[in-house]
Design a protein around this ligand. Sequence first.
Ligand SMILES: [Zn+2]
Length: 484
Amino acid sequence: MIQEHDINYGTIFWYEICIKHTKFLPILDILSSRLFVEGATVMNYHVVQAFHAVGNGTLFTGQITWGNSYSGPISRFNWIYDCGSTSERVIDTQVKGLPLWFGAGGQDIDMLVLSHFDDDHVNGLETLLDNHVVKKLVLPYIEWAQSIRDISVMGQKGTSPSVALFQLNPARWLEIKNKENRIGEIVLVQGNGGPDDSGSEPGSNFPKDIDWIDDTFPENKMEDNEDDAKYDYEAADSVFMGLGYPMHHSAIKVTRINQEQSISNACKTFEFMFYNAEKSLQGLGLVEEIGGKICAKKSRVPLGKVKTEIENLIMGLGLDGDLRSLPANWRTQLKKCYEKHFGHTAKARNNISLCMYAGPVDTLPFMLCHRHSVMTKGLAILMTGDINLNSWVIDDMKQHFGSERWDNLGVIQVPHHGSRHCWHAGNTRHFMPAIFVQCATGTKHHPHDDVTRELTSHHACILNADRSTPVCIKYDYTYFPHKR
Ligand SMILES: [Zn+2]
């Protein structure tokens, strides 16, 4: 498989990550011989990952393959995190190359995660769906009023009308693009309101770690092949707008998970876990309860009525249509309506970007080192999108993922294309030793000198996926089912 990828993907440089714990070597020998005696399966897995060359933006792909050559066909799990770039030409070219990257069996994307709805993270989606079917689309759970605010108040720079419609109603967007049935299910990841960053800077006493997934609580785990999760009308209604074509009229199933639940690949040896720091409307003080009803803070109109009014406005503007008739001031009109109900909320900042941990589960921390290898603390990757990775968020994330996962991190995506507003002094030490990947074109602010300097001061390994060079990382791991 390694060779197949090397050939398919041309002459790129692979970084091989590995960890060395010599103290486990004798145990490995004993354990493996014992397992063979008992007839248990020791399975080998191969992981390839790439930050594609899209510059400012992110297109990250991963593939796990497993199976022994004598026991039948190789199994695969394909996933993508974000799919966009500030250059539409660049993202289109890269996305068109993905069938080659994934190889045979790569038309099915088992999971696509979109961190948030800025064009540079989403605008390759339409091209992606030309060649691929997405089984599970994972999105941050964002209440519809937050989305309206993002699009109308904050979105001038980042969100085009097409991406705005996709955010508000993916089913309608797919219908317009003639791509119904290209997405099977939408999984909304609900957070816990993010860190409490109202107080003072957090100190060194980190909160108690949560337990590594406990097998006695099977509901903590959502298997890839689990089909019995019910359509979540309430979540769909809180997140999406009807716009004459509600989500439940489409074939797309909408479900919700809490960020405590992880998603694992079919064979349970690799897990994905998310982190959503979004604050709710209530948490931001944008709504209040009046006479038993949740109402918009400023207008004091019940939220349901506000939603209908905004939906009618959007349909009147034609944002739900083919977008050609959209008036130039559509955003201003939307903003006016939003602020009439919720007020000027420049202060009510939110930190929305769905972060993702992805790494092997329950493996012995043992790897052989090869040429071109980089030593890291672990094999897992942390994808951060455009989150503002301040110390409150890092502490909250650390507590959320737990110490075992945190110690397994080997690759960190530097958030927001190396913006200095999202990476802070002291960040690097939380992750060392690791590979730090910046997804940036290489302009004045992306990556910013301050960020690069902070990383280099810790002698970190910094790689950059700009518009000409991808960053490709691979490793193997072995699963020992009876480790515990
Ligand atoms: Zn971005």
